[in-house]
Design a protein around this ligand. Structure first.
Ligand code: ZN
Length: 236
């Protein structure tokens, strides 16, 4: 095997690992921000329910006051009844009292509905509190682990790059530059293997003469389509 190509293959192997580490590195902060956003969502839900509960309590007080006012009015009318001699006036006042009693009945029905709403809201609040508790727990349990993993991955990448760069000293600077350009521009794949008679990177069918040269392996050869370095398949 051509010495330079051997070095390039080793560099590519390290860059493949670096590529995986980059994917991991991008993924870890996402996981962390998902956990943080879970807590935010739970807190927002809880505060929304608390406001609804406050409004509910206020509504109950209003209804209770309505009932009380109607009852006061009835008491007043009933006292007036005693002093009335005229039959017509007596009837009229009695009918007013009856109307007020109907109103009280309606207010009380409404009050019961509002109280049922309160029970449901309290249940929802309990559930929201439990969700918030578990979201906070998940965050606190994983925050440190994820932060440490992020640092570890970053350290790994630095170390791998160091290894790759020290191997790179074995080949000419111009070749290192070419390799680096390919890593940058060709989806982190600078060195590929022959795939049958085609480039393992882009699938381009290789010219017979070039195919022979690749298999002879005296020089570093490039795909005439994608420009990647092509190494002979290990089976050849
Ligand atoms: Zn190619």
């Amino acid at each position: 095997m051509n010495k330079q190509l051997e070095t390039l293959i080793k560099m590519q192997e390290i860059d493949d690992i670096i590529g995986h580490k980059y994917v991991l590195k991008n993924d870890l902060p996402n996981k962390l921000s998902e956990l943080i956003s879970d807590v935010d969502i739970c807190e927002a839900e809880l505060s929304k329910i608390s406001i609804e509960l406050d409004n509910n309590v206020k509504k109950q007080k209003d209804k209770e006051l309505d009932v009380k006012n109607q009852k006061d009015s009835i008491r007043k009318y009933e006292q007036q009844l005693d002093g009335i001699k005229n039959n017509k006036e007596y009837k009229a006042l009695n009918s007013q009292i009856s109307t007020l009693k109907d109103k009280i009945f309606n207010f009380e029905s409404e009050l019961i509905a509002v109280m049922d709403e309160e029970t449901a809201l309290k249940e929802r609040k309990k559930q929201a509190e439990e969700s918030l508790k578990s979201a906070k727990k998940a965050l606190s349990e994983n925050e440190d682990i994820l932060k440490k993993e992020i640092i570890k991955v970053e350290d790994d990448i630095v170390e791998l790059k160091g290894n790759r760069n020290s191997i790179a000293h074995e080949i000419p600077m111009s070749l290192v530059k070419k390799y680096a350009q390919l890593i940058k521009n060709k989806n982190r794949k600078a060195v590929v293997f022959l795939n049958g008679n085609s480039c393992g990177g882009c699938g381009f069918h290789i010219r017979p003469q070039l195919l022979i040269e690749i298999k002879q392996n005296d020089n570093v050869n490039y795909c005439e389509n994608c420009g990647r370095i092509i190494a002979p398949n290990v089976d050849n």
